[in-house]
Write a protein that binds this ligand. Structure first.
Ligand code: HEC
Length: 103
């Protein structure tokens, strides 16, 4: 984590120095966030700690995978997610970032 921050800092500093005579193109990273039923719950329960990129980076996954990830957030990182929201967020993740398989 620390390494990432340091690397990002170095990158942004070198980006500053690169601004010599030409226009600098800032990379625009857009995450494909799918709105829809359950997004509010993801917004409230997941994005307080990290960006949506963590979710997208997993690629399409099974319902079981997403359920385990949500539970992992609670067990490992003490995420305050209610039982109801575990269901809602799991369903949202599976619907929009699922691979169709339950297991
Ligand atoms: C209390 C803070 C917190 C909350 C709330 C939280 N996460 Fe995380 N999450 C983390 C941390 C910490 C990591 C690991 C970060 C790292 O390794 O750099 C992580 C990593 C992840 C990863 C990457 C894969 C992995 O297993 O580490 C995924 C996917 C993820 N979270 C999904 C979610 C989802 C979905 C929710 C909401 C249901 C959520 N998170 C809520 C703290 C949280």
């Amino acid at each position: 984590m620390m390494k990432k921050i340091i690397i990002l800092t170095i990158l942004s500093i070198s980006a500053l120095f690169a601004q010599v005579n030409e226009a600098v193109e800032v990379p625009y990273i857009s995450y494909e966030i799918k709105m829809g039923k359950g997004f509010d719950a993801v917004n409230a329960n997941c994005l307080m700690c990290h960006s949506f990129g963590y979710i997208i980076n997993q690629g399409p996954q099974s319902k079981d995978f997403w359920h385990k990830k949500v539970v992992k957030m609670i067990v490992h990182f003490k995420a305050p997610i209610s039982k109801e929201d575990v269901e809602i967020t799991t369903n949202y993740l599976f619907e929009h970032y699922g691979n169709g398989a339950l297991k």
